[in-house]
Design a binder for this molecule. Structure first.
Ligand SMILES: *Cc1c(COP(=O)(O)O)cnc(C)c1O
Length: 403
């Protein structure tokens, strides 16, 4: 990118969708190509030793583990959308979590986490981090006061998702961040289930926001990616340790390019995900065979006020349970014709999964496999896609009536 291209601080505050399409890119600097180029290079050529010295002194733009122009454009665009000073893009959401914790925490530190987290993040906090001397302390942050009792002189940070995977429930970012700040903790928020189109945790007191770019932000289920966003100082530390010599988990420039393409339609997609999900949540809520529905944008939801305070609208993520529990959930999934049984989320396709079935199958190879705290064996997770609302309602209804 040419230095003359607009940066977040110079740009007049254009609207979110406009920045999702244009931020950080001027065709005049790229052979007038309207779409960004993909740079496939592992290293960069310098005209003189003095130029190389100057680049090295600035932290290095010498090698593709530190810098790639396509990924740099993606980082600048994500930072603008999230309202962050800086962003680092990395090979997957899990790589983002690994780089975050291994860059900013050390042996002896403690990490307070909400008791329900994405299943692989749970594995990392239960099995991975203790091996390196980092203790994790799970608490129920739906009552933010529970944070206080979990804090010790070794606590370094608090980590939680909102909305939470797989329940879709929300946590009060301001309330947790206020208590964490008073205790001197950093606040890390995984905002994957909302995307910056619906929620920007930095405005509510978070220090670093994590996204799996695999999900809504890229939106088409065809790649993996992750990002960390926040104050320039913290992000630079993660880039300089996590990417340079701890994980080295840089994304491919082709993945960065596809993510940039996906972001152009993110706000439009999120509108459809949210309106379809609300219609489905209402239908399920009224259905006699449905025991419970968790979609915080339903006015009857106990945390509706929190969702309204920190999200501009709902995403496509919800969970529900059937009166017939575990066995009904399995039959219900088998009856579906249009909706796809798959574990990811945030794609154009509506995806559905049953965590308890997954855990039961996984026990055969991993004896420590278990459902996350706060997840019961009847829970069905639905990632509502972009299909026509009536078609999705029709498929869910026909599957319920076949139970
Ligand atoms: C998927 C997911 C992750 C991990 O991201 P990957 O890109 O799959 O590595 C982390 N957090 C949440 C909430 C997720 O849904």
């Amino acid at each position: 990118m040419a230095a003359s291209e607009r940066t977040a601080s110079e740009e007049p505050l254009l609207g979110f969708s406009t920045r999702a399409i244009h931020h950080g890119y001027d065709p005049a600097h790229h052979s007038r190509a309207v779409s960004h180029p993909i740079y496939t290079t592992s290293t960069f050529a310098f005209g003189s030793v003095a130029e190389l010295d100057a680049a090295a002194a600035l932290g290095g733009r010498l090698y593709a583990r530190e810098f790639n122009p396509t990924t740099a454009l993606l980082e600048s665009r994500l930072a603008s959308l999230e309202g962050a000073e800086d962003a680092v893009v990395i090979a997957s959401g899990m790589a983002a979590f690994g780089a975050l914790i291994l860059s900013l925490l050390s042996q002896g530190d403690e990490l307070v986490v909400h008791r329900t987290l994405y299943s692989n993040t749970t594995s990392m906090t239960e099995q991975g981090l203790p091996r390196f001397g980092i203790k994790t302390v799970p608490v129920d942050l739906s009552d933010p006061a529970n944070l206080d009792a979990a804090v010790t002189s070794r606590s370094k940070a608090v980590y939680f998702e909102t909305p939470i995977n797989p329940t879709g429930d929300v946590l009060d970012i301001v309330a947790v961040a206020d208590r964490a700040r008073r205790a001197g903790l950093l606040v890390f928020v995984d905002g994957t289930f909302a995307s910056p189109a619906l929620q920007r945790p930095l405005q509510h007191g978070a220090d670093v926001v994590l996204h799996s770019l695999t999900k809504y932000i890229s939106g088409h289920g065809d790649l993996l990616g992750g990002a960390l966003l926040g104050q320039a100082e913290l992000i630079e530390e993660i880039r300089d340790r996590g990417l340079r010599y701890i994980t080295g988990a840089v994304p491919s420039p082709v993945a960065s390019s596809l993510i940039l393409r996906g972001i152009k339609t993110l706000p439009l997609r999120m509108e459809r995900h949210g309106s379809n999900a609300l219609a489905i949540a209402r239908m399920l809520d009224a259905h006699p065979l449905v025991e419970w529905v968790n979609y915080p944008l339903l006015p009857s939801h106990p945390r509706y006020a929190i969702a309204k305070k920190q999200m501009s609208a709902g995403s496509g993520m919800l969970s529900f349970g059937l009166r017939g529990g575990f066995e009904s959930a399995r039959r219900f999934l088998d009856n579906l014709k249009l909706i796809t049984l798959a574990v990811s989320l945030g794609d154009a396709e509506t995806l559905i999964m049953h965590p308890a079935s997954l855990v039961r199958a996984r026990l055969a190879v991993r004896p420590e496999a278990h459902l996350q705290r706060g997840v019961e064996d009847d829970l069905i997770r639905l990632s509502v896609g972009l299909e026509v609302e009536a078609d999705l309602l029709g498929d869910l209804e026909q599957s319920l009536s076949g139970l």
